[in-house]
Write a protein that binds this ligand. Sequence first.
Ligand SMILES: [Zn+2]
Length: 386
Amino acid sequence: MADAYDLLLKGGEVIDPSQDLHQHCDVAFRDGRVAAIEPGIAASASDEVIDVSGYLVTPGLMDIHGHFFHRGWPGAVDPDTACLPSGVTTGVDAGSTGWGNYQALKTYILDPSDTRIYAFVHLAATGLTSLTARIGELQNLAFAQIDQAIQCIDENRGDVLGIKVRIDHRATGEANALPALEMAREVADATRSKMMVHVSGTPIPLVRIFDFMQLGDIATHILNGHAHNILDGNGRIRQEVREARERGIILDVGHAGVHFDLNVGHAAVSQSFWPNTLSTDIHNPPPGRVVYDLLGVMSTFLALEMPLDAVIASVTANAAAAIDQSGDLGTLRVGSIGDAAVLDLREGEYTFVDAAQNQVQAGQQLTSVLTVKDGKRWRQPVAPVR
Ligand SMILES: [Zn+2]
C-alpha cells in the first residue's frame, strides 16, 4: 500500500494553542503540510516514523525580531544556524536593511535560506549598516526617503511586512524622534502595512510613540528597563500601555540582552500582563553581553512563571497573528504548513540573566530535539570538505 504520510511524529505531548490543544497525540505530514493530528495513527501509514514520546510537539516556532543580514552587517547572523537548530522555522528580519540594500537581503538571505524569513524595511535607506561605524541610522534624517521606502514595500509584498523605525537616543536622538515617527506612519499608511517600532532607550515618553501606532503595529523591546518603560513609579503597568494593547498594538519582547530587564519582566508576568510575542532580537553581541536564542527567551519566561501554554502561544499562534499569517503558520491545524518543533523540557538548575546583571533561577529549560520544516525532518547541512 502506498504510504499515506511522509512523516509521522508519534507519542508526543502536543501543545497547539491555535486549537486550544494540549494532549498526547500523533502528528502526520504529507506534501509539506499537516495531514493528520490525532491519537493512535498507525506507524505503517507513514514513510518515516519518529518516536517523540517524552517530548513536547509544538507548531514550528516563530521569532518575529531577529537580524539576518548575514555578511551584510557584522551584527547579523545566519538564519539557518540561528533559527532551525532551535525549532524556529520562521524568522522576521527587523529592519537590518532599508530600501537601498533590501534587494541584497532578499537575494542572498531570504531566497536561499532554509528558514522562512520575512522582513521589515528600515526607514533609513541603508538600514542598520551604519552601526558598523557606530553611527545611529537616523541621526540625520537625510538618510530616510519616504517615496523609495514606499516603493520597496509595494514591490516586495510577499516578503516585506512593513516599515521599521527605532526611537532611541542613539538611533534618532530626541530631535529626530517625532519626525521619524511621522515619516514611518506616512510609509505604513501609504502601503497599508505595519510599523515595527523599537521603544527601548527612547528619548521621548512611550505614550508619544503609541500616538503614532495603530491596530496591528508592533512595539518591540516592550520589557526594557530604560527610562520611559512600561512601569509607573509603583511598579504597576502604566495605563497607557494597557490602552495601547486594547487598541490592538502588539507588545513584543525583542530580548537582545540589552533590551530586556528581568525586574520589568517579573512585574509584567506577576500582573498577568504577558507580552503578545516573545522574540530574541538575535544578533552577534559585543563581548560580555548574552543574547539568547528563542528557547533561551522562552525558558526565561518559564522561570518568571509565565505558564508553558502561554509561552508556546507567544511564539506560535500569537506570532503568526502578529505577521498576519494565522491561517498557515504557528499552527498544527490539518492543511496548514507542515512546520513543527520537538522540544525537551529538561529538569535541572539553570540561571538566566539580563544586561543589568539581574538573575533568575530556573528548575527547567527548553531544548530542541528536532525540527520539522515543510513536512520534512530538517537536518543541518553537512559543510563541504575544503
Ligand atoms: Zn533589533
